[in-house]
Design a protein around this ligand. Structure first.
Ligand SMILES: Cc1cc2nc3c(=O)[nH]c(=O)nc-3n(C[C@H](O)[C@H](O)[C@H](O)COP(=O)(O)OP(=O)(O)OC[C@H]3O[C@@H](n4cnc5c(N)ncnc54)[C@H](O)[C@@H]3O)c2cc1C
Length: 345
């Protein structure tokens, strides 16, 4: 006998919302996504995917969409004093632009019969309500940091992931599709996007962060001006307490410091945790509040330690004195990079 299923409405069609939508459609649940923006579009993101497993992506029904992503196996870190460490990544990471990935996800969701409305901002989401999933991304809170991202071509990297850290922020460089390099960083709020072209703002921010040599490399390379995006409003860590009916996913639930390169994986994993409770609610086997509570418990178990470690490391890395001590220990080989990398995944 077929079961009448209730529709799940998802506010926000980023990674968490779209991947949840695909997984629910794969299980026969009616899905409607309302997305404030349009596809495809560039977003502020390092586009370095690390932590989520093939099985988890398979569980969501999206593993094949990432099959041709760039695979990164090595990393090199620098500070003002030069190279800190160079080595293999404990597990291979993927590189693919949000421009490409979000479009693939939305196409998959539509193929599976999911409804996706674009240019459709959901108002009054605070407090939540039965059947509504909040996957609307990072809460808009003024931050002391400015996040900037741009794609470059003709830019050679020394490893799959290059990271440059100074007292005024950090920049990561990694390859995405078509030979392009994603350059993305968090900078102590200085210049906003503006005069000198949008690409000019990235070079200026990199230079002001004390990374003159990297700024020179960027000037030599070719920037895709359309890819330059910036963000200055976000809140790191667990987000403020939610109401009992609010089912939050992705950055809306918790935002891990970007240097970890783990936020996208958390969006996928958080969505995966919500699938079975939402199927249960949709089929009438479970109440809404029970489903919300199950998802929250799963998130606490999965992300609690990861967020605590990343918060600690974010503070140590961005504080002048502790950064030098920590990176000095890594440089000497006294702190194992691999162990730290695993703690934030
Ligand atoms: C500088 C920086 C660098 C980063 N680098 C990396 C990295 O290298 N690797 C990594 O894994 N993670 C990285 N991240 C984190 C990663 O981008 C996020 O964790 C991830 O995008 C979260 O996905 P999400 O679905 O929660 O939110 P998003 O992908 O932001 O999607 C939220 C969607 O909701 C829509 N929306 C908002 N409000 C409404 C509304 N009211 N109604 C309808 N729609 C709405 C938005 O338009 C958006 O499309 C980085 C973040 C920053 C800031």
């Amino acid at each position: 006998m077929s079961v009448a299923r209730k529709e799940v409405e998802i506010a926000g069609g980023g990674l968490a919302g779209l991947s949840l939508g695909v997984a629910l459609r794969g299980r026969g649940v009616p899905v409607r996504v309302r997305e404030a923006g349009v596809y495809p579009r560039h977003r502020v993101c390092g586009e370095f995917i690390s932590g989520v497993t093939d099985d988890e992506l398979g569980g969501l029904g999206i593993a094949d969409l990432l099959e041709d992503a760039e695979r990164h196996t090595s990393t090199v870190w620098f500070d003002e004093g030069g190279e800190v460490m160079r080595g293999e990544l404990p597990s291979a990471a993927r590189g693919v632009s949000r421009f490409c990935l979000d479009l693939r996800l939305v196409q998959r969701l539509r193929e599976l019969g999911g409804m996706v409305e674009t240019g459709a901002r959901v108002e009054g989401v605070a407090g939540g309500r039965e059947g509504l999933v909040l996957a609307v991304g990072r809460p808009r809170r003024e931050s002391k940091w400015l996040g900037l991202k741009a794609h470059y071509s003709d830019l050679r990297l020394e490893a799959g992931l290059e990271v440059h850290v100074t007292g005024k922020g950090y920049v990561g460089l990694t390859g995405v599709e078509d030979g392009r390099v994603n350059v993305c960083g968090l900078f102590d709020r200085g210049e906003a996007l503006g005069a000198g072209g949008r690409g000019g703002a990235v070079v200026r921010a990199v230079r002001e962060a004390g990374l003159g040599e990297l700024a020179g490399r960027l000037e030599e390379a070719e920037v895709d001006e359309r890819s330059v995006t910036g963000v200055k409003q976000f809140l790191l860590g667990w987000q403020p307490r939610a109401g009992v009916d609010e089912l939050r996913l992705g950055d809306q639930a918790a935002m891990i410091p970007p240097f970890t390169g783990n936020g996208m994986s958390m969006a996928f994993q958080g969505a995966l945790d919500a699938v079975e409770p939402l199927v249960g609610w949709s089929e009438g086997r479970m109440g809404w509040r029970e489903a919300v509570s199950m998802v929250r418990k799963a998130h606490r178990r999965r992300f609690g330690a990861r967020l605590r470690w990343s918060w600690l490391l974010h503070g140590l890395l961005l504080n002048g004195g502790t950064r030098q001590v920590c990176l000095g220990l890594v440089r000497q080989g006294w702190v194992p990079f691999e162990a730290i990398y695993r703690r934030v995944r």
